[in-house]
Design a protein around this ligand. Structure first.
Ligand SMILES: [Zn+2]
Length: 62
């Protein structure tokens, strides 16, 4: 049995009792996943202006 620290809420927990390693709970896993997806989404919009251009082209084509 090992004691780990949840990356989301910083609470120590026993690894054997967690249903969502390496997080303390399924809730914390979803919180972390949501945060990661939001960051990824923001970076994509900021650093990829071609995506908007491509969408405009596709709309014009159809
Ligand atoms: Zn947690």
């Amino acid at each position: 049995m090992a004691t780990l620290q949840c990356p989301t809420c910083d609470v120590p927990f026993e690894s054997d009792y967690s249903p969502a390693m390496p997080f303390c709970s399924d809730r914390c896993r979803h919180v972390d996943l949501g945060r990661w997806l939001n960051e990824e989404h923001g970076v994509t919009i900021e650093c990829d202006p071609d995506a908007e251009h491509e969408t405009a082209w596709m709309e014009e084509e159809s």
